[in-house]
Design a protein around this ligand. Structure first.
Ligand code: IMP
Length: 211
């Protein structure tokens, strides 16, 4: 199945029409700008949740899908506009899926990913180094419609961390078929194959038409 419908809201949101205004349900200005740029070629205007004065819901879901959906739902309900949200993280099967939805929290209050990467190394020890990044985009309609799209990129972890070009866990992740970490790779190349790009491609295919 290419996409999952939220079972609590079985009515799918199928099309975002050119000319529509979409809320980007994030208080992270970088993310709002990134999603705005991705949607602009489809004639979709965006507005950030913070610009509308929307509250930031607590991310208390058990899955990436839950967290993306609860952010999109909160923004759609509060604004009366279709809303998009994302949630992402690093999944290490040998750690039972950790850090997973807690990827940002592993970096602590100072958002220091050296700490988070060192924790992954310590907890992993000699266990299997397979890992993948996950990104889920959720699109919520004010009418209750909800649809989510998941993108993944698989690879392996390397230590010590290498490269200064990315963010988060990029310096310890080498995608399948390559030798460079996401932290060493040309950012354009990372964006071509990333979990976020894959989730977004699914959303575009399902819901958007190029003008
Ligand atoms: P959120 O999606 O903003 O809740 O946070 C996701 C967290 O997952 C980020 O803070 C990063 O730690 C991690 N993460 C997600 N995508 C990437 C990526 O492309 N590279 C490195 N780390 C990532």
């Amino acid at each position: 199945m290419r996409e999952r419908l939220d079972e609590r809201h079985p009515m799918p949101l199928r099309r975002i029409d050119p000319g529509a205004r979409l809320v980007v349900a994030s208080h992270n200005p970088g993310k709002v700008v990134e999603i705005e740029a991705l949607l602009a070629p489809y004639g979709i205007a965006t507005v950030g949740a913070a610009a509308l004065g929307l509250p930031e819901p607590e991310e208390n879901g058990a899955t990436f899908e839950d967290n993306a959906a609860l952010k999109a739902r909160a923004a759609a309900d509060a604004s009366g506009l279709p809303s998009v949200a994302d949630d992402s993280g690093l999944v290490v099967p040998a750690l039972g899926g950790a850090p997973g939805i807690y990827s940002a929290r592993w970096a602590g209050e100072f958002k220091d990913f050296r700490v988070a990467m060192e924790r992954v190394r310590r907890e992993l020890g000699e266990k299997d180094r397979s890992a993948h990044f996950v990104a889920v985009l959720a699109l919520a309609g004010p009418d209750g419609g909800m649809i989510t799209f998941r993108g993944e990129v698989h690879g392996r972890l390397v230590f010590p961390p290498r490269g200064e070009r990315g963010f988060g866990y990029d310096p310890i992740f080498v995608p399948d078929g390559g030798d460079l970490t996401f932290g060493e790779m040309d950012p354009a190349e990372k964006h071509r194959i990333s979990h976020r790009a894959r989730a977004f491609a699914k959303l575009v295919e399902a819901c958007l038409a190029l003008r």
